[in-house]
Write a protein of this length. Structure first.
Length: 164
């Protein structure tokens, strides 16, 4: 895939994967589905779902995860919250344009520019939080989120990126 095609697919994912509502109970159910997806794939991940105010409404730490995963998810959360797009979409846009995070005013000590963060976008409301997955390749982290949200929302046809 070309970088333009990747950006198109990532943008389509965000357009398609919107919620009609999102409660703490939704976060629990979606989070448990994410944990099940990681186990189905034989992977071990850290998962956090946060509201924009920073409150973690779901958190899971696999046995091979550590404090570095937590710090990575903190930085990824700040990226998704600030840019209102997935961290992989931002990564792809910067790569296409030959830019760095500093070029757009993001400090790498506070923001992360890798896949693994996805916005929780509520229809007619906007971005109200983010889902973060850490401990795998950033394309795998992103894909687990996309596949699980699609399943949760009962959307069969969500375009996906396998790897770059």
């Amino acid at each position: 895939m070309t970088m333009d095609e990747v950006i198109t697919v990532l943008s389509m994912q965000e357009e398609i994967l919107q919620f009609s509502h999102f409660t703490n109970e939704d976060a629990w159910e979606l989070g448990m589905m994410l944990v099940a997806e990681t186990k189905r794939r034989g992977l071990d991940c850290a998962i956090t779902i946060r509201r924009n105010n920073g409150y973690a409404v779901f958190k899971y730490a696999g046995n091979t995860t550590n404090l570095n995963n937590e710090r990575w998810m903190d930085r990824t959360f700040h990226t998704v919250k600030t840019m209102e797009k997935s961290s992989l979409l931002l990564y792809s846009e910067l790569k296409k344009n030959g830019e760095t995070m500093a070029d757009i005013g993001l400090d790498e000590s506070e923001f992360s520019c890798m896949g693994g963060g996805f916005p929780i976008r509520v229809e007619e409301v906007g971005v109200i939080g983010a889902i973060m997955v850490s401990n795998q390749n950033h394309f795998i982290n992103h894909d687990m989120i996309v596949k699980t949200i699609g399943r949760y929302l009962h959307i069969d046809e969500v375009p996906r990126i396998r790897a770059l």
